[in-house]
Write a protein that binds this ligand. Structure first.
Ligand code: GTP
Ligand code: NAG
Ligand code: NAG
Ligand code: NAG
Ligand code: MG
Length: 381
């Protein structure tokens, strides 16, 4: 009669070990409370929802590349619309001629809408590297649910035509995606470095070395070609929010950081930023706990929509907080994203390998912050 025996056994356990039972009941109650009330914070909830349906991610591998090994796990990352096929094709042909035909690094194309068959075929033909086409899920391309939508729409209308894309919601989604999500796309999982390429840019000189390998060999984490000053109206509270982040996470701020590059003598933001449409950088930098904490902090503040925070100042403020000067590299390559360009300074290199005019280089523009970057003295932080 085992059933009869276990009943008194249980009763005896309750009588002799009331502490244990109380602990079990308390744990059960706690578990119920957690399940019922403690929903994850919005950022994590949004991230948990994110997915990239398998049928919207496609890899087109070139048989000739089957046995190719690269010195660095790296890829070009191109966010583009189907309608940008032709301007992108022109940019990629130049990139291939000036650099990639000799290296055959792969490409990752991303879009918030499915790529058309025509787009995929054109990119496959324009490139020497393997092509991967990825879909950006809604959760990574949207105004998050915790942003006050009427207030955001009002802010967009108010900014309107006073600054480029001031009234555009899709531009804001793009900036948020490029700030906090591109590096989380599953198609990037197998890479350590990326090079951002946009439709319509030009590569005006041969690139006779491998920038990815250069970063890896030197232990540098971020590279840029052009720096500029941001439109103040787009980042009204970005600096205050960044200061709040620094106060909340002092352990994340590098001892020898480069914040002095982008602050005024009065301690305000001087609007300097690396122009992020061309960056060659480490993905580990973006995937780091400090970068992710910074992005989440900004995302919760809502400024991507309540103002028009660009991914360029966001990346730059992160670089300035988390990296030393020696971890950042100025790639003096021939690069043109209208209306600004970088044209290499060395006259002999320029004459032999370029079709740009050094006099037109953004480094001569008073809005460029590149000279200030190069002349930045040692940190006294
Ligand atoms: N798929 C997709 N890509 C977009 C969208 N908006 C912008 N992009 C891409 O995001 C990048 C930045 O957008 P751009 O329009 O070039 O913005 P910008 O560089 O600040 O400004 P301009 O180049 O002067 O227009 C480019 O690679 C675009 O192709 C969009 O709605 N959907
Ligand atoms: C790749 O390597 C395999 C095994 O060595 C070989 O059979 C194949 O022909 C190679 N493919 C190419 C494209 O070189
Ligand atoms: C910061 O820079 C100083 C001077 O170059 C150096 O002595 C110190 O070790 C650096 N600190 C860190 C944490 O890199
Ligand atoms: C660049 O500017 C200098 C000084 O004004 C001038 O002498 C030179 O011819 C210019 N170069 C080109 C390629 O226009
Ligand atoms: Mg652009």
């Amino acid at each position: 009669m085992p059933a009869v025996q276990t009943q008194p056994g249980l009763v005896r356990a309750v009588q002799t070990q009331p502490g244990l039972v109380r602990a079990v009941l308390l744990l059960a109650a706690l578990a119920a409370a957690v399940l019922l009330f403690a929903r994850p914070p919005p950022v994590w909830r949004a991230r948990a929802l994110a997915y990239a349906p398998a049928d919207l991610c496609e890899s087109r591998l070139k048989p000739a590349n089957a046995n190719l090994t690269h010195p660095v796990r790296a890829a070009f990352v191109v966010l583009a619309r189907n309608s940008e096929l032709h301007t992108l094709r022109a940019s990629i042909r130049q990139l291939e001629d000036q650099f990639n035909a000799r290296h055959r690094y792969p490409y990752v194309f991303l879009n918030d809408e499915p790529f058309t068959a025509e787009f995929k075929q054109a990119m496959e033909w324009a490139t020497t590297g393997d092509c991967h086409f990825g879909f950006v899920p809604y959760e990574h391309w949207s105004m998050p649910p915790w942003v006050d939508r009427p207030r955001a729409l009002w802010a967009m209308r108010a900014m309107g035509a006073t600054v480029p894309y001031g009234g555009s919601e899709s531009y804001r989604k793009m900036c948020r995606f490029e700030s906090g999500f591109f590096y989380r796309h599953p198609l990037l999982d197998e890479y350590d470095y990326y090079w951002r390429v946009e439709p319509g840019v030009e590569f005006t000189c041969a690139i006779p070395y491998d920038p990815f390998k250069y970063l890896a060999d030197t232990g540098k984490l971020y590279g840029f070609a052009i720096s500029l000053r941001e439109f103040p109206a787009t980042v009204r509270t970005l600096w205050a929010t960044t200061n709040a982040f620094r106060a909340a996470y002092p352990e994340y701020i590098a001892a020898n950081n480069t914040l002095r590059w982008l602050t005024t003598p009065g301690g305000e933001y001087n609007m300097c930023h690396f122009w992020s449409n061309m960056e060659i950088a480490s993905l580990a930098f973006f995937r780091s706990p400090e970068y992710e904490a910074y992005f989440d902090f900004l995302d919760r503040a809502g400024g991507f929509f309540l103002e028009r925070w660009g991914d360029a100042p966001v990346h730059s403020l992160a670089v300035a907080m988390f990296l030393r000067k020696s971890q950042v590299h100025f790639f003096d390559i021939g690069y043109h994203h209208p209306p600004f360009q970088n044209c290499p300074t060395d006259p002999e290199f320029n004459a032999r390998h370029c079709f740009c005019n050094q006099n037109r280089s953004a480094i001569h523009n008073s809005d460029s912050c590149t000279r200030a970057w190069l002349e930045l003295g040692p940190s006294n932080a």
